[in-house]
Structures are given as C-alpha cells and as structure tokens.
Design a binder for this molecule. Structure first.
Ligand SMILES: [Zn+2]
Length: 297
C-alpha cells in the first residue's frame, strides 16, 4: 500500500505561477511557522524551516493513518489497498468548522484500491478527538452504503430528505461504533435513552412532513448522529439476524455501563455484523420504531 500525503498549497506541489496567489498569511498561525524569507530572499513558504515543518506534519498524518490501520487490520482482510491519498488542509478549503477529517467517497474507488481522505490541522494536532482515523476507516469499510445513499443527498423530494436524515444515523453511527465500543461516551450513557431521543427526533420530523410544514433545519443539522448513532446500531443488532447477536450485545452493554474494557475481537465482531445492516433493513427498523411507540423492550 502506498500512502501519499500532501499539504494543500505546499510550495513544492505548485508551479511558479500558482505560487503568486498563495497567501503566506494562511500559514502564519501554524505553530513553528518561520515568517522569514527563503534563501533566495523571496518566498517565505519555501524557507528551509517551513519545508521541515510541512514534512513533519505530513509524517504525523501518515503515522496516524497507519496506526489506525494496524488496530483495524482484521476488518480489512478482503480489501485491496493500492494507493491512499491524504490531503492535509491547513487553510480551511476542504476541512472546516467542526470537521476533523473526511473520507472522500466520491473520488475513492474500492475496485482499484484507491482511497482519498481530507484532514485538517486539528487531526494532526493533539486537539484531535480519539479514534478519528478509525472513524474514517469505518466509512471506507462502509463505502457501498455511503455510495448508495448518496442519491438521497442531492434530492429535493421531502421523502428523500427524510430518508437521508434517518440514514445519517446509520452512516455516522456505524463509523462511531469503534469510539463507543472503546468506552467513549458522555451525555448519552444508555441505550434506552438513545433510542428514546432518536424515536422522538424522527417522530418530530415525520410529523412535520405529514403536516407538510417546513422542515426544521435545526433537526437536520444536529450532531445527534454521532452521539445517538452508535447506540442505535447496537439496538438494531439486538434483533438482527434472528437475534443471533443478542447475547453479544447484552454482554457488551453491561461492559460499557460498568466501564470495563471490551476485547478488540468482540469490537470487530460487532463492527462486522453492523456492516451488514443495509439501508432497507435500517429504514424498516426506523419505521417500526415510530409505529410501535409504546412498545418497550
Ligand atoms: Zn463521519
């Protein structure tokens, strides 16, 4: 597997003309950035210290990816990796706002083993949240689903927007499974609580659609996908495949609640099972959930 990392607007990847419009101030904030000119007395970005700094950043990105790859290796046994391209965005072009990193499914092509990621400064810096690379690698693993549901993303039909909203919990919930199974959770600390809020969220949205009112942007833009999503996946797995995972999930929940470590093999077994939850099965689960409001597990 070849891993290529590149910093956006790095002087070495640009031709002379393009350099003219690159604003050095874009990089001034970077800790360790040397504001002096280069040895030709011209271009600060290419001064030796900055080239070293960029190299160091690229190296960190590569190591972060490799480490996550090692811990998830068994999940990728039947995967073909040819080239991995990591774009490092220090200037807020691709990665901005609360985003730390992003799996670029549009450019990636599993058939040829080529995969693309965009990451921002926070992902390299120690500010990064734990297991972000694992999250992105799970998106890669889930490429087929992301590709299939992308048809809803651009649609103007209200029913598609609704489906897309629901599927966002499946997409991010799956990717966030590793994080949760590593015992990372805060406000949502219980599966029943998660399912209740999820049911409430989708009921609200469904009511708005039935009343043909304008969809509440706040719901659509919430971050509940990340917090509730992985719990929803565990709830789904309890009854998936004729309850064959029920015992594993119950045992896992007990460990999560009592803050015990879950073995890596169990984590991967759950991830493998969750990967098989396709979008039809998932949407059916959502429908059942709001239809049987009073049914308690
Ligand atoms: Zn994600």
């Amino acid at each position: 597997m070849n891993i290529y990392t590149s910093i956006l607007n790095h002087p070495h990847y640009m031709n002379e003309e393009d350099r003219d419009w690159v604003d050095e101030d874009q990089f001034n904030w970077l800790p360790g950035f040397d504001q002096n000119e280069d040895s030709d007395g011209e271009y600060g970005l290419s001064n030796e210290n900055n080239i070293k700094l960029f190299l160091d950043i690229e190296q960190k990105a590569k190591v972060g990816f490799q480490n996550a790859m090692v811990s998830l290796k068994p999940l990728f046994e039947s995967h073909y990796f040819n080239n991995v391209f990591i774009s490092i965005d220090l200037i807020g072009l691709l990665v901005n706002g609360n985003t730390l990193a992003c799996y670029n499914f549009r450019d990636s092509d599993p058939q040829f083993g080529n995969y693309y990621f965009d990451i921002g400064w926070r992902q390299i810096n120690s500010e990064a949240k734990d297991y972000v690379w694992e999250h992105e690698l799970l998106h890669l693993l889930d490429h087929r689903l992301i590709d299939r549901i992308s048809i809803y993303r651009g649609s103007k039909e209200i029913i598609d927007i609704y489906r897309y909203y629901l599927l966002k919990y499946r997409e991010e919930g799956f990717a966030e499974l590793y994080y949760l199974l590593k015992g990372k959770y805060d406000n949502i600390d219980n599966i029943d609580k998660a399912v209740d809020i999820f049911r409430q969220n989708i009921t609200n949205l469904k009511n708005q659609i039935d009343a043909e009112s304008v969809l509440d942007e706040k719901i659509l833009k919430s971050y509940d996908f990340y917090e509730l999503g992985p719990w929803i996946m565990l709830d789904l797995l309890r009854t998936h495949a004729c309850n064959s995972y029920e015992e594993l999930i119950n045992e896992t929940l007990e460990k999560l609640y009592s803050k015990q470590i879950i073995e890596e093999s169990k984590i991967q077994e759950i991830i493998k099972a969750a990967l098989n939850i396709d979008h039809y099965f998932y949407l059916e689960y959502c429908t059942k959930l709001i239809d049987n409001k009073n049914e308690k597990k």
